[in-house]
Design a protein. Structure first.
Ligand code: ARG
Length: 456
């Protein structure tokens, strides 16, 4: 491609370190689409002849069906996907192929291809997240009344419903979708036509190519156009946050599936056995979702460190931008789909959850609240009274609701028999009617609103 200036061939090692085809062949669809839009624009602006343009466009079509049929045959000497396409075009249509690269550079070409690829990746991620959210809504609806212990510090805190707990993940995923939508909105500018970095003297129409490739407008600064990879970082950061959410849910499923908790029975389809211990059912898929989030965060770090301190405009370091994004996207899609499948098919042991919900004095706060509301005790004092009540129950090895009235009144005479109504887990969750609280009616209303207006 640049033979004119060089006396000797590249060394094998140079070819090897320089080649990116093994990775960027994944951009072939975008590369062909970008080239077709560019060729049509060159023709419309009278920069290349109609006949050459026709040959180029039909040659690009042929290459598309070849790649579709048998993939991209990698040739390290041809470095990257852009040169593979141009080379093949030359074989197919002869010297007219040499006109395609008028008024563009691989710098704006790769920036355009990669943006288009990331744009599709965002759409794919958004779809998968939406599908997962619908599963969460259904499962949450089934369990709007199922009582379970809510935890802080992984210690029993207060009773909540499983529906409410699952809806917490719905909300996380809703924010993930909005982050991906932000990334898509910022990405929506086309760098094609920035050429190497300075723009071009040819009378190109950047608005036309932007439109043809589905962008709202061209970018406004040619230097920024070829040096910017914010769109890839935006994608990675949204992917990292999403994967953190998936990882936390995976971790909960892992804990909940232990014999100690026994809250869930993970589906056979997503579990494995042990080659030595016949009794084992291992939550491998959940563990891999948890593990993959680490790799996705690593991918983000890799690109951050690559971009940090690079002088404008393009440097070859930036060729390393694609592998982390491809890896993160593949891992994110797998994680989303596998975890969604797991949540869809997991059996929740609501009886065990219910039993655990009242263990650990989880309704102690309800007793304190009752003292405040029914006996006008200041909350701090009520807190102290309940502390002594819990201590007594602990000494006798019983739950709060099993303490007889005389014992309760021995601690504080303002307690009367009405208190027993608030000491069950069901009463506790039913009372949490504040906005966003765990009361089953609240949760059902949130689910209905989410089903009506997904994303809101
Ligand atoms: N394969 C290159 C990349 O992905 C294409 C751009 C090459 N530009 C250059 N000036 N060498 O970054």
């Amino acid at each position: 491609m640049w033979g004119g200036r060089f006396g000797k061939e590249s060394s094998d090692l140079m070819r090897e370190i320089n080649a990116s085809i093994g990775v960027d062949k994944r951009l072939w669809r975008e590369d062909l689409a970008g080239s077709a839009a560019h060729a049509a624009m060159l023709r419309d602006r009278g920069i290349i002849g109609a006949e050459d343009a026709e040959a180029i466009l039909s040659g690009l079509g042929t290459i598309a069906s070849e790649y579709e049929r048998s993939g991209v045959a990698e040739d390290m000497a041809l470095e990257d996907i852009h040169m593979h396409v141009e080379h093949r075009l030359g074989e197919l249509i002869g010297p007219a192929a040499g006109r395609l690269h008028t008024a563009r550079s691989r710098n704006d070409q790769v920036a355009t291809d990669f943006r288009m690829w990331v744009r599709s990746a965002i759409a794919e991620a958004d779809n998968a997240i939406g599908a997962f959210q619908r599963i969460l809504l259904d499962r949450a609806e089934q369990h709007a009344d199922s009582v379970m212990p809510g935890f802080t510090h992984l210690q029993t805190a207060q009773p909540v419903t499983l529906g409410h707990h699952l809806m917490a993940y719905y909300e996380m995923l809703r924010r993930d979708r909005s982050r991906f939508a932000d990334a898509a909105a910022r990405l929506d500018e086309c760098p094609l036509g920035a050429a190497a970095l300075a723009g071009t003297s040819f009378p190109i129409d950047r608005h036309a190519t932007a439109r043809a490739l589905g962008f709202s407008r061209p970018t406004d600064n040619s230097i920024d156009s070829v040096s910017d990879r914010d769109f890839a970082l935006d994608y990675l950061m949204a992917a990292v946050q999403c994967s953190l959410h998936l990882s936390r849910l995976a971790e909960e499923l892992i804990i909940w599936s232990t014999s100690f908790f026994g809250f869930v029975h993970l589906p056979d389809e997503y579990s494995t056995g042990s080659s030595i211990m016949p009794q084992k059912r291992n939550p491998d898929a959940a563990e891999l979702v948890r593990g993959h989030s680490g790799r996705i965060a690593g991918a983000m770090t890799a690109l951050i460190v690559t971009m940090k301190g690079l002088p404008l405009a393009y440097s070859k370091d930036m060729q390393n931008d694609k592998a982390p994004v491809f890896e993160a996207h593949d891992l994110l899609m797998l994680s989303l789909n596998a975890l969604a499948g797991m949540v869809e098919q997991t059996r929740f042991d609501t009886a065990r959850m219910r039993a655990a919900a009242e263990a650990g004095y989880s309704t102690a706060t309800d007793l304190a609240d009752w003292l405040v509301q029914a006996a006008d005790v200041p909350f701090r004092e009520a807190h102290h009274i309940v502390g002594r009540t819990v201590k007594l129950a602990e000494e006798r090895g019983v739950g709060l609701a099993e303490l007889d009235l005389a014992s309760l009144q021995g601690i504080d005479p303002r307690i009367d028999e009405r208190v027993y109504a608030v000491l069950t887990a069901e009463a506790s969750v039913r009372s949490r009617t504040s906005h966003g609280g765990t009361a089953p009616d609240n949760v059902r209303a949130r689910i209905a609103a989410a089903k009506e207006k997904p994303g809101a």
